[in-house]
Write a protein that binds this ligand. Structure first.
Ligand code: CS2
Length: 503
């Protein structure tokens, strides 16, 4: 028996019940991955339960059929397993009204966007999905997919799909909001800028009317999203199905913690997401900085050092005292000074909670998952705090260690084997960086070519010779001595461990 509306009543467990179905779809969501299904969907379910309405979600997977097919076979239902070391509880959001694969039916995305009943488009397409060129700091006009989207035909890039959809909508003129839910600084502004650049780049001023429509009727609120959502494993699927009493092929595991801070600028209305605990605030930028640096930046350090120590999960990595010390030092000494804490947030409590969240041993969050796509993720996490320290005359030793760990995992120097967990990390820049590593004499040359010449972390860090030298030294220490020796070296140089907060 699989999870379907009519089978749930017969399920052996009473822990998950089916909410009332939404009366229609008001949201088009691009990126039907686990994160969306354990985050926005849960908030939307709470909103629908509290106020009802037509805020159902049409989910669009970018390329893969797996989740779409499984959801259709299950009446678009799936469960979210909230997992702590003490317990697992299940909820069934039941908020999707349809699901399809965008790569197969891009014209459907445009048609939905043109439909006035859709009033919000949400995005979880990852840091990688915005066709952004770090080199030009604008829409990547060298990208062949973007070029094809500009020429016409069914759009394949997310920005092309948004722009073409808004173009189709402009005629009727119904207001709409585009809400990015990806870990990017000022994600609303960023998305708006890229969509406008696409429209600007259309031939013969073809985008002018749509740009005017954007001025009048389209808003791009920013939002900060937070919930640790590991990939679903076969074991998890069995466990959830057993608990549920019926078979669920696409459950999503997630931690108990969840947070969503959103700018309240919705041109066409919005669901009462506050019913699920979302915070509507003018301080989204501060929330985003706090999260992207303290949580995500430190997460990257834990993942790379953990993988190099040979451990497969984040809780195992943070359980090693030297990695916990390094995490505390980077968090307190290098990230915290670079942020402005949002009003009402107790930063010490937030930090202690981070250690508890990373330590959630029941979740099995993998170092390879967090270490994946470092070339785009680290760009969001490290350049600004690193530059702030360097401008103050201080070396950010632990951020340098994060970069050294990343390069040691993804582009190891000849003769260095970073191990199976590093090998499992995928990264769009892997081939390019490995080609550099293959001919680099030492850590310094590798760091120099990647950070200065290729400007992997932007143009400002590219000019910081002392930082590049420090990264190079730590790469060599990892390679010739050990990752523990590199941690000890970075820690003793940084002297920032505050003993009062032990994880
Ligand atoms: C992680 C995030 O994979 C990563 O890089 O740092 O996915 C993290 O788990 C989420 O942002 C938590 O909200």
């Amino acid at each position: 028996m699989s999870i379907q509306a009519h089978t749930l009543g017969r399920a052996s467990s009473g822990t998950a019940t089916l909410p009332a179905a939404p009366s229609g779809a008001g949201i088009l969501h691009l990126g039907l991955g686990s994160f969306h299904r354990a985050h926005q969907s849960v908030y939307t379910a709470a909103a629908l339960q509290s106020t009802g309405g037509d805020w159902g979600i049409i989910g669009v997977a970018s390329r893969s059929r797996a989740v779409v097919d499984a959801m259709h076979a299950q009446d678009l239902l799936y469960s979210v397993a909230t997992i702590s070391p003490d317990s697992t509880s299940l909820t069934i959001p039941g908020v999707h009204t349809d699901a399809f694969v965008g790569g197969e039916q891009p014209e459907r995305i445009v048609a939905h966007l043109a439909d006035p009943s859709i009033r919000i488009v949400t995005l979880t397409v990852t840091e990688n999905g915005y066709s952004y060129s770090a080199a030009t700091q604008r829409l990547d006009l060298d990208d062949l997919v973007v070029q094809a989207d500009l020429r016409g035909g069914a759009p394949r890039s997310t920005i092309g799909q948004l722009a073409r959809g808004l173009q189709a909508r402009a005629a009727a003129g119904a207001p709409v909001s585009v809400l990015s839910c990806d870990n990017l600084a000022a994600n609303g502004k960023h998305t708006e800028k890229l969509v406008r650049e696409f429209l600007d780049a259309l031939p013969h001023g073809e985008g002018a009317d749509t740009l005017a429509f954007l001025d009048q009727s389209v808003s791009f609120p920013s939002s900060m999203v937070d919930r640790i959502v590991p990939s679903t494993t076969a074991q998890m699927r069995e466990q959830v199905s057993a608990l549920l009493g019926v078979r669920d092929e696409v459950p999503v595991p997630a931690e108990p913690f969840t947070m969503w801070a959103i700018e309240d600028r919705f041109a066409g209305g919005r669901p009462a997401w506050e019913a699920g605990g979302a915070v509507f605030t003018n301080e989204v930028g501060r929330y985003e900085q706090m999260k992207v640096r303290l949580l995500n930046g430190t997460h990257s350090l834990i993942a790379y050092l953990g993988a190099l120590r040979g451990v497969g999960t984040i809780p195992e990595a943070i359980g090693l005292s030297e990695i916990a010390d390094a995490a505390l030092a980077v968090l307190r000494g290098e990230y915290e000074p670079s942020i402005e804490v949002p009003s009402g947030v107790d930063i010490r409590a937030y930090e202690s909670e981070l250690f508890a969240r990373w330590g959630n041993s029941a979740l099995g969050h993998r170092t390879s998952q967090v270490g994946t796509d470092g070339s785009v993720k680290l760009r969001q996490r490290i350049p600004e705090p690193a530059m702030l320290a360097l401008r103050n005359g201080e070396m950010p030793h632990l951020i340098a260690l994060t970069v050294a760990g990343y390069l040691s995992c993804i582009a190891p120097l000849p003769g260095f084997d970073p191990g199976v967990h590093a090998a499992a990390m995928t990264d769009a820049a892997r081939d390019r960086l490995q080609a550099v590593a293959a001919t680099a004499r030492d850590g310094h040359e590798l760091a120099e070519r990647v950070i200065a010449e290729q400007q992997l972390f932007g143009d400002e860090l590219a000019g910081q010779d002392s930082f590049i030298t420090r990264v190079g030294e730590l790469i060599d220490t990892i390679r010739h001595r050990s990752v523990d020796a590199a941690i000890a070296d970075a820690l003793s140089a940084s002297q920032t461990i505050k003993k009062e907060m032990q994880p």
